[in-house]
Design a protein around this ligand. Structure first.
Ligand SMILES: Cc1cc2nc3c(=O)[nH]c(=O)nc-3n(C[C@H](O)[C@H](O)[C@H](O)COP(=O)(O)O)c2cc1C
Length: 317
């Protein structure tokens, strides 16, 4: 998620769930080809499995960017056909590509030729006045014909005129049934559903209809949710992970990051919601928000913040 997630966030989330697939925020082909690659694409092995999401609409550029990303070790290359921001529309990529299934298919074909790892597409169910019946079918059929490996569908339209990107994540109504119908029509295509999914109960309910569930805001704002993912969604056995143990496990990571010139808050900003619903969560959050960005802050700030959280206290319902 642009401006929210980064490699530190992924290290944190990976410690909450070993099995969930993590996605980068969208990186444009121009940035990948011409920009500071290590800063944009670099990640550590412990984050795996990680998919990179590319933004673009030039098949040759996407092929080149996909190849570069695959060399970095990403296990999946995902194409963004869902972002509604103006900047993206000017570049003729993101959600406006819902209107150009033929072009998206050529992009997928070029990426598939360039890399061995799976190539997937994240899309909406339609844009603007499109009828979501034919619009989503046309997009899906076009990319299936080129061998797309999976589709992730954000189950609402994007309105490209008149709504901000933020409104486009909330205002157009969710239509999960439209995504289930796509799965019924294309049973061989792996399909993941996204949009407004806030709990693992909801995720389990969706998994009765589709193959995967993508969590965006809920995973970021309430990361403790991920602690149970391996057991509930991947049938792993073993004791449940504990939020405090995960936070403590990041102390050496933060120390190394600070020693390399980084700030404590680069890591802890992703951890503010970890204890949501537990006694002391507010003091934990406030302590990190107040102290972790200070230039002389060390990992001790996280230890102090953790001291406010009542260990083993039950999560409030
Ligand atoms: C701050 C922010 C940045 C986002 N950036 C991206 C992005 O880079 N690529 C993408 O496919 N979706 C992006 N999204 C959309 C989410 O991936 C997701 O589709 C949307 O928020 C709906 O799912 P949710 O209700 O689980 O959050 C972003 C969402 C937010 C809130």
């Amino acid at each position: 998620m642009m401006d929210w997630t980064d490699r530190h966030c992924r290290v944190f989330h990976r410690r909450l769930s070993l099995r969930a697939r993590l996605y980068t925020e969208m990186v444009t082909t121009g940035a990948v080809i011409h920009g500071p690659r290590e800063r944009l694409l670099g990640f550590s092995a412990e984050e795996q499995p990680v998919a990179v999401q590319l933004g673009g609409s030039e098949p040759a550029d996407l092929a080149e960017a996909a190849k570069i990303a695959a060399e970095f070790g990403y296990v999946e290359i995902n194409l963004n056909v869902g972002c509604p921001s103006d900047r993206v529309q000017d570049g003729r990529f993101g959600a406006c590509l819902m209107r150009e299934p033929g072009l998206v298919a050529r992009c997928v074909a070029a990426m598939k030729r360039a890399v061995d790892v799976p190539v997937t597409v994240k899309c909406r169910i339609g844009v603007d006045e499109q009828d979501t019946g034919p619009a989503l079918d046309a997009l899906a059929d076009a990319v299936v014909a080129e061998g797309v490996d999976a589709l992730i569908v954000h189950a609402r339209k994007a309105w490209l005129q008149g709504l901000s990107p933020k409104e486009n994540r909330d205002v157009p109504p969710l239509d999960y049934v439209r995504v289930y119908r796509l799965k019924q029509r294309l049973p061989d295509l792996p399909i993941a559903i996204n949009g407004g999914i806030a709990t693992l109960d909801e995720a389990e309910a969706h998994l009765r209809h589709v193959d995967g569930v993508m969590l965006g805001r809920a995973a970021y704002q309430n990361p403790g949710l991920l602690l149970d993912v391996d057991r509930r969604l991947f049938s792993e056995t073993g004791p449940p992970r504990q939020a405090r143990a995960v936070a403590e496990s990041l102390i050496p990571y933060i120390e190394a990051h600070v020693a390399a010139g980084g700030k404590v808050s680069n890591v802890t900003r992703h951890m503010l919601g970890l204890f949501q619903g537990m006694p002391g969560a507010r003091a934990y959050r406030r302590h990190l928000a107040t102290h972790a960005a200070k230039p002389d802050a060390g990992a001790q700030v996280l230890r102090e913040a953790l001291s406010f959280v009542r260990e083993n206290a039950a999560r409030a319902a």
